[in-house]
Each structure stands twice: as structure tokens, then as C-alpha cells.
Design a protein around this ligand. Structure first.
Ligand code: SF4
Length: 325
């Protein structure tokens, strides 16, 4: 068995809240990511799912060190990125790239597509103008665009084409791992399938590893080998996609799965409607953070935090119901 490419341990990000009283520090914070641990193996796709505000995107930025964590470690190929000196981190980050959600906002409208794709090469001083141009043209082909697109500006492209440009940009430095933060959620359904297929082809051709963040379990199903379900900054369940889809353990995962549209009219699965929205992360509920919305809530749930338990087949989940069995 090979070593994990990425090892994340007890990662936390608490954003301090400004006090309403001038010159007085508030001791409150938003616990955006609260003790998250996982491994990512070379060549696999780890899906991270959960509702908006559950900490998925913050977690992605922490892994890539775009923001510093409050505590915890992020090991890439055995080296901790947290606290790494700036020069070494810059070098290491060539191997960890991101594709962001909004294909419109993530491209500078004043630059041509050729300049945008070549930009990481220019920043890292890799190659001369001719070799950079050659790499741009090669990548345009790889992502299904044409050479003449290099001279055009982002506003001339559709959402799906812009996401292809972002993917080309992410590939230009030959990364090992790409963190895709809701890469298709801003796209039409038909275009979503094309971009997902492209990502899968690239993974096969370039042996890429993905962390694929989405609020949509239906999309994740086609992409991921394993899935982590996040709720209020914590992973509440993680397992192979087969285990998560066929044998979900956590009531939150069951509710997310029940929201996937039925594949046939004979499918008699019941939709689980969750009460209220995700609670305020400044003041999360005591005990199990999910207890105020959980249809199976018991007395213990409001006082004691459930720990992640191994339920077999590489599947872990945190719920007091599992402790009873
Ligand atoms: Fe529901 Fe209790 Fe399990 Fe939390 S610990 S998910 S409240 S049953």
C-alpha cells in the first residue's frame, strides 16, 4: 500500500469576531474548520460534501495554505506545509493547484487566455516565451479548446469554456493534486457533465489526485473514490463512495442522500426534510452539533459530542446511535 500523498491532522481554523465595543477584544470566534483529519492517496478523488457554510471551502484553502490554520498539520509528501518557510512553500505549492467555483470571477478580464494560462509559468520563471507559448497551446488542446482561443479575452467565452481555461491554468505547472472547489456548481447541468468528464480524463492521463468539493452528492457520485461529509466544521462521516451511498450511517448523510432526485418513478425512497438551516457557527449547538435538526435526536445528543467511530470497510461516522449497537 502506498503512502498518502496528503495527510491532514486535527486541522482547525477559528476566525476571531470583532467586538462591538471599540478597543475591546471579543473572545468569540467562528469555528469554520474544527479538528478535521483525513488522508488522500495518490491518484484518488476524495469528495467533500455538505451544505453551504459547513467549512468545505475554508478547509480547501487551509490545505493549500492560502490561509494559515489556527492549529493542525497538512503534510504533503511527508512534509508539513504549516509553518514552512515562504520560499519552500511557494515551490511546494506548484504541486497543489486549485480550480475555483466561479469561472467568471477567477479570470482577470484584462488578460488574454494565453496570458492567463501562462501566468503561473511567468510567476515561477519557468521557461522562455517560446516554451511558455508552446505549453499554452498544448494545454488549450488538452482541455478541448483551440489554439486561436489564446488571443481571446475571458468575456468571449461561456461558463463551461471559462472553467476549461481555469483547468488549463491549474495544469500548467504539472501538479500532483488539484483541489476543485465546487467546480461545476455555477454551470448548466449539460455543461457540468462535460467538465466532470474532462476532469476524469485528465486524472487518467496525468495520474492526478483530486479533492473534489461539492454540496451536490449527485455530482460527487460520478467523481469520487471516497467521500467525507462535513457539518459545521467537522467531518461527521467518511468512507468509500459505495459505503456512503449504499450504507450511510450518519443521519445528516442520510438526509443529504434523500435529497438526490429519484432516478425512476418506482424508486420509493422518502425525502428526509431537515428542520431549519445550518446553525450559527459562532455559537454551535452543544453536544452533537446536528442535534437540533436530527430526526433521531436522543437526550445524550444535546450534552455529549459523539466521536468518529470505525464501522468497518474503511467507514467512519460520529453518531451516538452507532454506540448503542
Ligand atoms: Fe442525531 Fe444524536 Fe446521532 Fe447527532 S448523535 S446525528 S443528534 S442521533
Amino acid at each position: 500500500m502506498s503512502e498518502p500523498l496528503l495527510k491532514v491532522r486535527d486541522l482547525r481554523k477559528y476566525f476571531p469576531i470583532d467586538s462591538p465595543i471599540p478597543f475591546k477584544r471579543s473572545n468569540q470566534s467562528v469555528k469554520a474548520v474544527d479538528g478535521v483529519s483525513f488522508d488522500v492517496m495518490p491518484g484518488e478523488t476524495l469528495g467533500v460534501v455538505g451544505e453551504s457554510g459547513c467549512g468545505k471551502s475554508t478547509m480547501a484553502r487551509l490545505v493549500n495554505q492560502l490561509i494559515p490554520p489556527s492549529s493542525g498539520t497538512v503534510e504533503f509528501r511527508g512534509e508539513n506545509l504549516v509553518g514552512m518557510d515562504a520560499k519552500k512553500l511557494r515551490e511546494t505549492r506548484k504541486s497543489i493547484q486549485m480550480v475555483f467555483q466561479d469561472p467568471y470571477a477567477s479570470l482577470d478580464p484584462r488578460k488574454t487566455v494565453g496570458e492567463l494560462i501562462a501566468e503561473p509559468l511567468v510567476i515561477h520563471r519557468i521557461g522562455d516565451k517560446a516554451s511558455q507559448k508552446k505549453r499554452v497551446l498544448e494545454l488549450l488542446e488538452v482541455v478541448g479548446l483551440s489554439h486561436y482561443h489564446a488571443k481571446r479575452y475571458p468575456y468571449e467565452f461561456s461558463g463551461g469554456q471559462r472553467q476549461r481555461i481555469n483547468i488549463a491554468r491549474a495544469l500548467v505547472l504539472n501538479p500532483d493534486i488539484i483541489i476543485c472547489d465546487e467546480p461545476v456548481s455555477a454551470l448548466d447541468v449539460s455543461v457540468q457533465a462535460q467538465v466532470i468528464n474532462l476532469l476524469k480524463e485528465l486524472q487518467r492521463d496525468y495520474n492526478l489526485t483530486y479533492i473534489f468539493i461539492s454540496h451536490d452528492l449527485n455530482v460527487v457520485r460520478y467523481m469520487c473514490d471516497r467521500i467525507a461529509v462535513m457539518y459545521l466544521g467537522k467531518i461527521v462521516e467518511m468512507g468509500t463512495y459505495k459505503e456512503i451511498y449504499e450504507n450511510p450511517k450518519h443521519p445528516y448523510t442520510k438526509a443529504l442522500l434523500s435529497a438526490i432526485p429519484k432516478e425512476s418513478p418506482h424508486d420509493n425512497k422518502e425525502r428526509i426534510i431537515l428542520k431549519d438551516a445550518v446553525p450559527n457557527p459562532i455559537n454551535p449547538p452543544t453536544g452533537c452539533h446536528f442535534h437540533e435538526r436530527c430526526p433521531y435526536m436522543m437526550d445524550i445528543c444535546s450534552t455529549k459530542i459523539p466521536q468518529l467511530m470505525d464501522t468497518g470497510n474503511g467507514h467512519i461516522a460520529s453518531c451516538h446511535l452507532l454506540e448503542e449497537n
